[in-house]
Ligand binder design. Sequence first.
Ligand code: ADP
Length: 254
Amino acid sequence: MGGTPLPDGIKLIDENGKRLDGRRPDELRPLKIEAGALKRANGSAYLEWGNNKVMAAVYGPRECHPRHMQDPTKALVQCHYNMASFSVDDRKRPGPDRRSQEISKITSEALTHVVFTEYFPKTSIDVYIEVLQANAGTRCAGLTAASVALADAGIPMRDLVASCAAGKIDDTVVLDLGKEEDNFGQADIPVGYIPRDDEIVLLQMDGDLTADQFKTGLNMAIEACKKIYDVQRDALKRKYTLPAGKTDEGGGVN
Ligand code: ADP
């Protein structure tokens, strides 16, 4: 991020307005979600979004440990985002780092907005997000998968959170940055959105944008979240309407 020039004068957008992977500026990478991919978790979801592969698992509501963290009035939604060592080209050092702590925090905050935490005082709802393959946009992928996993666990929620980023490359506002676009682009705006209430529960910005570009990017991300929301709902509908013994093959966009 930050406008670094691409090697050998390669352009992120060509003269026909197409991006490196052939997408139009407002086009999402292909997205597939499968609800209930894990047997042992109370709820789970597996998601493939472009070259991102993410598993989310939910445990709880269960007794909150350590006890001093318990809230007598509501449940804590605790997210644990982790990128596997093999998820990126260079081996990632295992274990938590500042980035994973930040993503865990913002994901917990976004999900706390939708869960009826007051129904489960003193408990913890643990949400594990494991990135198996990373290719930019993993915080949005993780939040999108985690919402489906929470619903699959039967946790009472106001709605699902859908998440997608917009950004700026070659001075053009685009949707859903890929890896090269994230590395060599000028800005990234991850958004978490609740369609039913038309409410934003996550908004971050990295890079430089004018006020107009920011508005365009935000609107683009919100429109994309509405499509992602349909894919999330479809995943849940498939899981709960498929005949016994039939396995889900993942629906999706594109
Ligand atoms: P997001 O995945 O939400 O876009 P970042 O903007 O921080 O979050 O990261 C962009 C991308 O950079 C990641 O999706 C991943 O492909 C890559 N990346 C992040 N951390 C590392 C790391 N420690 N080693 C190698 N690649 C990384």
